[in-house]
Ligand binder design. Structure first.
Ligand SMILES: Cc1ncc(COP(=O)(O)O)c(C=O)c1O
Length: 446
């Protein structure tokens, strides 16, 4: 029997591409720590994640001090586990959550498991750039006036393209209504170290779920749940334990603790240096004719390149980057997203600069971007019911008036066009086909 996965990964590693994707450690461990040798289990000395009394408790306390939270918890089940716990804490016995339509599937799974109903925050697209517009605090207030018994407001910030929401203004509204604001900050664990007050906790969020492994030197699977609001602290461990594995990885926990220690000494200098590099790349990109989203509302460490402006598709630009041995995080029809970290080498930085400079010579006529999203479809049944019922996978063209049993989220626009429980209409079908989605799971009708 071959060890195909191991060999293939080894082969990929030997290509020595510059990693502009997650995880943030870029294949290097701080102090050359050997995390394999720290892969322990619960022993008298090693403490227990979900009933921490010893070294894990102290490590979490250190993390909480670093982020200035009331309490911070380790997750070895990624941000997914933090999201599930956060949602459980706000709505332990179900109810309604006012929910960003840019919602990760981890949240939708939690809604299904906890029988939570989503009241959607509808997103609008910017017709000129194909990027989702920000949510206004006024819109949130309007929704809170219209809908009673909302248990929490849940927002994704920053999004994949690095766009930051106005958490400060939204949190002021939530405070006035006495409703928790929970933020999926999967892509923004590093924001705390930029000294601009951009981290959701600094902007007044009640809780923030941070996928530490995405932008920090943490092993994949490591994430943090930060809590600002005291009332959620007591039950937080139980909420994590409800969904988490009983064998959380000590290697991941050790990498998170080491990262927090490193951040304390070097975080601000390293992430400021990274932001300066990103700013340089953005200037180069703009002078090559590439569109760069508004920097005033963007994560200073995210590189989002609107290559439609120079006539490329994202996929074409990815292939172009391969010539410079660069692997980006993600590309869609119009954009290429790169996730740099302080663990990128000088060579990585040089390669990226060379690629962006070279792109100027290859620029073609601007491509017209498709920028339209249908209005929210009608709801038929609850998310939970649609996921628990028997389902069948059908051709999208045959899905008219069927009830979706999954999220259909083409990128672009990166916002789900259909959510589980919603009725698939003609607009949705046309849209999905137009964006290359040809199959969909729907609730099986008898
Ligand atoms: C916005 C967002 N939220 C949540 C998650 C889930 O994070 P994790 O993969 O750490 O479980 C992701 C992962 O890509 C994400 O992009």
């Amino acid at each position: 029997m071959s060890k195909i996965l191991f060999d293939s990964l080894q082969k990929y590693k030997n290509l020595k591409r510059s990693s502009f994707h997650t995880p943030g450690h870029k294949g290097k461990s701080i102090k050359n720590a050997d995390f394999f040798s720290l892969d322990f289990t619960e022993l008298p000395f090693t403490d227990n994640l979900y009933e921490s009394m010893g070294i894990i408790k102290q490590a979490e306390k250190n993390l909480s001090e670093l982020y200035g939270s009331e309490s911070s918890l380790f997750s070895c089940g990624g941000n997914t586990l933090c999201m599930q716990a956060m949602i459980r804490l706000c709505a332990p016995s179900g109810g309604k959550i006012l929910c960003d339509r840019i919602a990760h599937r981890s949240a939708i799974s939690a809604f299904a498991l906890l029988d939570i109903d989503a009241v959607w925050i509808e997103r609008e697209i910017d017709l000129n750039t194909g990027i989702m517009k920000r949510i206004s605090a006024e819109y949130i207030e309007k929704k809170l006036k219209e809908e009673s018994e909302i248990k929490a407001v849940y927002i994704t910030s920053p999004d994949y393209y690095g766009i930051l929401q106005d958490i400060k203004s939204i949190s002021e509204v939530c405070n006035r209504y006495g409703i928790a604001l929970i933020v999926d900050n999967a892509h923004g664990s590093h924001l705390k170290f930029l000294k601009m007050g951009l981290h959701p906790l600094e902007q007044g969020a009640s809780m923030s779920a941070d996928s530490a492994h995405k932008t920090l030197p943490v092993l994949t699977g490591g994430a943090w749940l930060h809590i600002n609001d005291k009332k959620f602290c007591e039950d937080a461990k139980d909420a994590m334990a409800l969904f988490g594995s009983t064998s959380p990885s000590y290697s991941i926990m050790a990498s998170m603790d080491l990262c927090a220690h490193w951040l304390r000494s070097y975080g601000e200098a390293e992430y400021q240096n990274l932001a300066d590099f990103v700013s340089e790349i953005r200037e180069l990109a703009k002078s090559s004719g590439i569109y760069v989203p508004d920097e005033n509302i963007s994560d200073p460490c995210r590189i989002t390149l609107g290559v439609w402006k120079i006539g490329f598709t994202g996929e074409e630009f990815r292939k172009f980057l391969y010539k410079f041995k660069i692997e980006p995080e993600f590309c869609d029809e119009n954009y290429v997203v790169l996730i740099p970290s302080p663990f990128n080498t000088k060579i990585d930085r040089i390669r990226l600069k060379m690629a962006i400079k070279k792109s100027k010579q290859l620029a073609k006529q601007e491509r017209k971007i498709k920028s339209f999203i249908p209005r929210l479809p009608r709801k038929s049944i609850d998310i939970r019911k649609s996921i628990m019922l028997a389902k069948t996978c059908i051709d999208v063209r045959e899905a008219l008036d069927k009830v979706a049993a999954e999220i259909a989220c083409p990128c672009p626009p990166g916002v789900p066009i259909v959510m589980p429980g919603e009725i698939i209409g003609k607009d949705e079908i046309d849209f999905l086909i137009n964006y290359g989605v040809f199959k969909i799971n729907v609730v099986k009708s008898n």
